[in-house]
Design a protein around this ligand. Structure first.
Ligand code: ATP
Ligand code: MG
Length: 424
């Protein structure tokens, strides 16, 4: 038997996992600055939740979901995205009754979509997303966008483009929908079979079609911008002015429609403009979803959010040449000379760890030279040498690897001395 990691998934090995931890740390810190609190929801939900929220006619629901029947004969689905679960939890836990509205939440965790694997596209990927539910203030749209941009900035990315659009409210969308049907109807024979079925069900999706994207009728399609009613247009103007005030540059693209059905008003994507980036340049997508809580049986609770995958964030960092630099993995490596030094070495090792000093030693019985090599590879900042003489004297040899200096330190002073030098 020869087992492989399932197609579209990956093992994140220790040589990479520290980068993920670092990104997650930055995410947690940034969310804290904006007062977004973490929510953890299950990795599977009733299939119907995604059908109702993400939308029956979307690619995600029609082609990409991992759906199974459980032993109780219920149809369950591995979550393809996070917003549906968060809004379900918001409604179920009556968060609309909490005193401090809007409710500001974030999540980081795996999502599952049955997609064709390519660079930046996996079947299991990790999304970080935020949701602000309970406010229809255009300032919160700007806040959510600012938070996403801030996370990218804090990991070191600079080659970014924020693309913005308004999908309008229901009335505006209905007017636009009618115009789209009229526009495509007499030419629909020239489109793919998906688009044919989209025409009546959800013509906006035609604009987002990956097969027909170069059909000139898509470029000449009626623009949503011309169908926004007064309220929707002024909401969009407000969002833009808040972004201006926050010093966040953006471009408006009237053809930006998002892949999930629940969006209205503000829609946005953040792309990488780095040369090193492949065909897929969208790092983050989000928007407003004012009808979503009602759609699943809750009260009216307007919301806005975004999601970005950590996979694409790390790819963008590499494309920009901004990968995190390797960090020292160890404060101290203990090198022991001879069998009689092992027990005192191990005792000291535990003392160091208890004192909060990252330390390790050899467990494969190697000679001193090989132990020194390990210390080098692990980028240990200090090496402690213990041999017979040191044990008799009650001292150790402390070697500072960066400075190349070596000194004798009494075992009693060692912890204090190391703590001082590691802080400084
Ligand atoms: P795309 O157009 O690339 O398929 P999408 O519109 O399906 O993206 P969303 O559902 O909006 O993507 O998800 C938000 C973000 O999640 C994307 O911008 C991207 O960073 C990331 N993402 C989506 N699908 C995948 C995937 N299969 N693998 C890795 N990251 C993904
Ligand atoms: Mg997709």
């Amino acid at each position: 038997m020869n087992f492989k990691v399932p197609r579209g998934t990956q093992d994140i090995l220790p040589s990479e996992s520290w980068k993920w931890q670092k990104v997650e740390r930055i995410i947690n810190e940034t969310c804290d600055l904006y007062r977004y609190k973490e929510i953890r929801t299950p990795m599977f939900e009733a299939t119907e939740l995604f059908q109702r929220t993400v939308g029956e006619t979307t690619d995600v629901v029609q082609k990409e979901m991992y759906t199974f029947t459980d032993r109780g004969n219920r149809s369950m689905t591995l979550r393809p995205e996070g917003t549906a679960s968060v809004v379900r939890s918001f409604v179920e836990n009556k968060m609309f009754g909490y005193p401090d509205q809007p409710i500001k939440l974030y999540y980081t965790g795996p999502m599952f979509r049955y997609e064709r694997q390519q660079a930046g596209r996996y079947r299991q990927f990790v999304q970080f997303g935020v949701e602000a539910i309970g406010s229809a203030d255009p300032a919160i749209d700007a806040e959510v966008i600012a938070l996403a941009m801030d996370v990218y900035k804090r990991v070191g990315l600079t080659d970014l483009k924020l693309v913005l659009n308004s999908l309008g409210d229901n009335e505006s969308r209905k007017a636009h929908r009618d115009a789209l049907i009229a526009h495509f109807k007499s030419h629909i024979e020239g489109f793919c079979s998906d688009c044919k079925s989209r025409l009546e069900r959800n013509p906006l999706r035609i604009l987002d079609c990956k097969v027909d994207r170069d059909n000139p009728l898509i470029a000449s399609a009626p623009s949503l911008a011309d169908y926004l009613n007064e309220e929707s247009a002024s909401y969009f103007t407000e969002v833009k002015s808040y972004l201006d005030d926050a010093g966040i540059p953006y471009v408006v693209d009237a053809n930006l429609v998002r892949g999930l059905d629940y969006y209205n008003h503000t829609a946005f994507e953040i792309m990488s403009t780095s040369d090193g980036f492949g065909a897929i340049t969208t790092l983050c997508g989000g928007g407003r979803y004012n009808g979503l809580a009602e759609e699943i049986g809750g009260p009216s609770a307007p919301g806005i959010g975004f999601a970005m995958s950590i996979e694409r964030l790390l790819l963008a960092m590499e494309a920009e040449g901004k990968a995190f630099s390797d960090e020292s993995m160890l404060d101290v490596y203990i090198v022991t000379l001879g069998d009689e030094a092992r027990k005192p070495g191990f005792k000291l090792l535990q003392e160091l760890r208890v004192a909060g000093i990252r330390a390790d030693m050899d467990y494969t019985g190697r000679k001193m030279k090989a132990q020194m090599k390990s210390a080098d590879r692990l980028k240990a900042q200090n090496v402690i040498l213990i041999g017979e003489d040191e044990i008799t004297e009650g001292v150790v040899q402390l070697k500072n690897m960066a400075e190349g200096s070596q000194e004798k330190v009494s075992a009693a002073e060692l912890v204090k001395k190391l703590q001082e030098s590691l802080i400084g």
